[in-house]
Each structure stands twice: as structure tokens, then as C-alpha cells.
Design a protein around this ligand. Sequence first.
Ligand code: IPM
Ligand code: MG
Length: 347
Amino acid sequence: MLVALLPGDGIGPEVIDQTRRVLDALGPLGLTYEEAFVGGAAYKAKGHPLPSETLELAKRADAILFGAVGDPDCDSLERSLRPEQAILGLRKELALFSNLRPAKMFPQLADASALRPEVAGAIDLMIVRELNGDVYFGEKGMRKTADGLREGYDIMSYNEAEVSRIAHSAFRTAQARRGKLCSVDKANVLETSQLWRDVVIEVSKDYPDVALSHMYVDNAAMQLVRNPGQFDVIVTGNLFGDILSDQASMCVGSIGLLASASLDANGKGLYEPIHGSAPDIAGQGKANPLATILSAAMMLRYSLGLPDAADRIEAAVAKALANGARSGDIGGSMSTREMGDAVLAVL
Ligand code: IPM
Ligand code: MG
């Protein structure tokens, strides 16, 4: 089975390096790896953030392990050449519409959460974020108003097929967990959200065993810090899911811990930490590689049919944390490599 390695920018290469060491330590899994440029690194090397050979590799591979994209050097480029377009392009070109972002408290890290330990300790949720539509992919641009003012615009829309397929994905995810699904929208203001809510309710008829609820996104943001233990699975659109998943990560302790899977309809996936390229600490060996290591575990489980190997990685990460492994983001001073070593020591 072929794994495409796309390290990208900033701390991406550092966290991917440690993840490769962990994968290799599992012994022969029948995986081969091919690496390609993506993001700002690809722009600098090839003139485009998602070069055709990178896209071709991603299509050919059985799974994609992705680091991060984003490079301040590229911020003044026209939007189509900015590093972020690489990840957006991969999600769209490969129809990776279902983004699973689990957030679970590690008991060993209760003190790293921004929440009180008794509140944080109850977190065990999964955000299912739609990834191919919404305001991210609508028509956008800059124009002049009738009075000559500059105006930026981004069209938000979802059609019923897009909502239906992510709803099915979320209901199935809830069935495999505790059977609770909360759909997050802004139906009190947005037509896009009204259609979202209507379609989620229609799809719910196929899943009588799942308890469906609805919540406005502003309330969801509040409930995530007030009582996150109430959530099992949250399903939401691209923009709200982007925001709520960063928030959930901080409730758990650090954005350096949260993994993600972006899946197509057949289970092929791209796996990446939810954090970005963190240019402020890039190249200093300070990044926490655990989110990427845990993303590799999701890859083994969801795309490569190797659940035992996934379990071994997840258990090793939990044990390394129990043994006191701490990078800067979770209150310690261990380097990226030392965090990798701590996981390898358990394996
Ligand atoms: C994420 C990131 C991306 C997003 C950026 C890098 C385009 O924030 O994966 O959450 O907004 O989806
Ligand atoms: Mg984000």
C-alpha cells in the first residue's frame, strides 16, 4: 500500500519526520512511501502550491499523510498561489468531504486544559466537519460598491446532496459511538443553515437509533466550554467546523494533540494534524508531533485496514504522556524529537 507523504511548510516536516519513525517502529506493515512538495514549499520549488505531480501522487496513493501548509513569505501572493490553496485543492480534487476531528481528554493532561479538570475530563467527542462546500468554495471576490467603496464577498451555500452525504457520514459515526448527534448551524439567520437543518432531519429518519439534536453555532461555542461532556458527535459545515475544532482542541489541552481524517465516499483519506504550520516555532524542534502521530493511527485504521497497528500507536502515545512526555504546548520542554523518542520507547 502506498502512502503519500506531504510534509509541507513550517513545522510540517518536523512532525512528519517523527511520525515516520513511529510508523517504521511498528515493524513491517507492507507500506511504501513517496514524498512530494506541497504548500509554500511547493510554490518555492515548483511555482505552484499544489503541483500536478503532487496531485497525481495523492490520487494514486492509498492514503495521504499531510503535515501543514502556510508560509508568511507567501501572504502577498494572489490567493490562487497561496499555500492554503494546496490543502483546499486536495480536499476538493479528491472529494474528501467528511472531516473527522476527534477530541478526547487524556486524563494525564487534565492540568493542560484551559478548562477546570472536572469539566475537561468529560470530553470525548467527534466533530464531523463538511469539507467540500460552504463559504470556503463559493464565489468570492473584491468589487466596488455603487458609492465606490471596496467590498469583499464570499458566497455561502450548500445544496441538499452535499448536506445529505455529510449527514449520513455523521449518523454512521454516531452509531459507532454513543448514538448521539448534535447538528450545529445558524438557522435563525442563514438560509444555508435552514436547508442544512431540514436535510439533516430528513436523513435522521434512516437512523432511528441515533438521538439527534440541533444547536446554533454561537450556543455550541459556549456549550463546548461550559459542558463539553454533553457532546458525542457534532456535525457541522465547513466554516463552523473549522472554528469549533480549534476551540475543542484547546478544551482538551493543546492544538498539538488533535488528529484528523478527511475521507471520501470510499474510505480513502488524507490525514493531518488540525494545527497549522506554526511559522513562529518552525525549525526550532519545539513542535508537538503527537497530533500527526495520532493522525497516522487514524490512517492505519480508516484507510489501510490495520486497526491493531493503530491501537498500538494510540496506546503508546497515551503511555508516553503518562510517563511524563511534555512538549512546550503542554507544559513541558521536550523537543519534537524527544517526544518522538518517548513514543518509540514505549513501542
Ligand atoms: C484547518 C485549517 C485550514 C482550514 C486552512 C489551512 C485552510 O485551518 O484544516 O482547519 O481552514 O480548513
Ligand atoms: Mg482550522
